[in-house]
Design a protein around this ligand. Structure first.
Ligand SMILES: C[S@@+](CC[C@H](N)C(=O)[O-])C[C@H]1O[C@@H](n2cnc3c(N)ncnc32)[C@H](O)[C@@H]1O
Length: 448
């Protein structure tokens, strides 16, 4: 089919552009390791969303997210119905199948629409058109076998990459590793950090106040349209991500550095608590987002574009390090992470984290505090990193975190007095309101 004929076909079938975009984005993410956020950002290259209206963009995102959350289950199912696979010249049809299977199995899309649009997408290209019958048959089989497919699907055995499953089993044991995988399957809530009066904002927004002080909502409304956003009364931040900055509890006017500050959720907490914040990040682009967030929130920080490792500055009273990491604690929110990160990434990230910790030890005043955190479930980026720092620096001591400081949430403080939240923590009667991102945090004090 010519490009013009394809355009006309897409116009005649309003759901088609979103399906084409979903298949292309899945290929960009899983095949080429682009991140989910990048693919949906306004400057995405390549842009798959051009010409789509906001409803289609939202549908595309739902399809991609559902497919990534359950990619292992979908691929296993396709393998059963397509035992010889797809010939190399049309291998990209796997993404059309995956996007359609995600709609059939996990979204509220009528089977006939999902199948029909996948078949139409297949017919758009001359080389794939002869496979329209195969695509139709496979997807109809999936629709017929839905109940059994869902019953047999296991979040740990099928939807967690084997290398991550093996790591979590070793670190957390079989039972907890399975609970983490189970929690990663669920759509996360929207958590907000409010400047003040969480009870009032929970009431206005129809949410609830968590024991940690965050406000939790179930909504798919555009964030900017929610009450209080334009007035700068709150910002979006997972409830676990809101804990590390609280551990600093700065005195009014204390000089606090936020190493790796952008886009600024934790820096905003420190500024709102009365600290004089220096927000440092090496990404000028991400710091623009921090500046925009601070302007909306009417907060102030000194913003510095710099690589932490070579940073020169006067000593600080406290330093927060939210180090770059594998981010395996945030798979609920970013299911792409499970498929684009590699075990070999850990060693290089751990090296950068150790250098940032050493820089913080150099730049914190005697008696000052360092809080180190990562949103990783991997001990090399958390517990082991701190144990190694304490071995290297006899001047540094752990300042144990008390359960009371983190809302007495059950099971989140380890024997060393460090914070270790998991996606399966904070269960709720309504399972849709459960869960936390997986965070590690430790608080250290430099001897006077
Ligand atoms: C986990 S994000 C920070 C999130 C932020 N603290 C918040 O709460 O909104 C990690 C940040 O580290 C920054 N980064 C990575 N390596 C860095 C380096 N060597 N020096 C400075 N910033 C770095 C990245 O640009 C990224 O913005």
């Amino acid at each position: 089919m010519s490009a013009e004929a394809s355009r006309i076909e897409a116009e005649r079938h309003p759901g088609l552009p979103a399906r084409l975009a979903a298949a292309a984005i899945l290929n960009d993410i899983v095949g080429k390791a682009h991140s989910l956020e990048d693919c949906f950002s306004p400057g995405a290259i390549p842009s798959r969303l051009q010409g789509l209206d906001p409803r289609d963009v939202a549908l595309t995102r739902s399809i991609v997210t559902a497919a990534l959350r359950r990619l292992g289950t979908i691929r296993k199912t396709l393998g059963e119905f397509l035992d010889k696979g797809l010939p190399r010249p049309v291998a990209h049809l796997e993404w059309t199948l995956i996007a359609a299977a995600a709609q059939i199995l996990f979204l509220d899309v009528p089977d006939h629409a999902a199948v029909d649009l996948a078949v139409r997408a297949t017919r758009l290209e001359n080389k794939s058109a002869p496979f329209a019958g195969v695509i139709n048959a496979v997807l109809r089989n999936i629709a017929r076998g839905r109940d059994k497919i869902l019953e047999d699907s296991d979040p740990f055995d099928h939807d967690t990459p084997p290398w991550l499953a093996a790591r979590w089993r070793k670190t957390y044991g079989e039972d907890l590793a399975r609970k983490i995988a189970r929690a990663n399957r669920d759509e996360p809530t929207l958590d907000l950090t409010v400047k003040s009066d969480p009870a009032l904002w929970a009431e206005r927004l129809g949410g609830l106040v968590l024991p940690t002080g965050s406000v939790r909502l179930l909504t798919h409304a555009p964030i900017a349209e929610l009450p209080g956003f334009a007035e700068g009364e709150w910002w979006v931040q997972d409830a676990a991500a809101a804990l590390p900055a609280r551990l600093i509890a700065p005195a009014p006017g204390a000089r606090v550095a936020d190493f790796c500050a952008a886009p600024g959720g934790k820096a905003a907490q420190l500024a709102a608590a009365g600290a004089k914040v220096t927000a440092i990040d090496r990404s000028a682009e991400r710091l623009k987002r921090l500046a925009a967030n601070f302007s909306r929130l009417d907060l102030h920080a000194d913003v510095v574009v710099a690589d932490i490792v070579g940073l020169k500055a006067q000593p600080f009273d406290a330093i927060l390090i939210d180090a770059p990491c594998l981010a395996t604690g945030t798979i609920r929110r970013h299911p792409d992470i499970a498929w684009i990160k590699k075990p070999t990434d850990i060693a290089s990230l751990a090296q950068v984290q150790a250098r940032m910790l050493d820089k913080a030890v150099e730049l914190v005043r005697p008696g000052g505090v360092i809080v180190y955190c990562t949103c990783s479930l991997e001990p090399e980026e958390g517990e082991l990193q701190i144990a190694a720092l304490l071995r290297r620096n006899p001047d540094m001591l752990r300042s144990k975190i008390s359960p009371h400081e983190v809302g007495d949430v059950e099971g989140v403080i380890n024997n060393e007095g460090e914070l270790r939240t998991l996606p399966c923590h904070l269960p709720a009667d309504d399972p849709r309101l459960s869960g936390l991102d997986g965070f590690f945090a430790a608080r250290l004090i430099r001897r006077s």
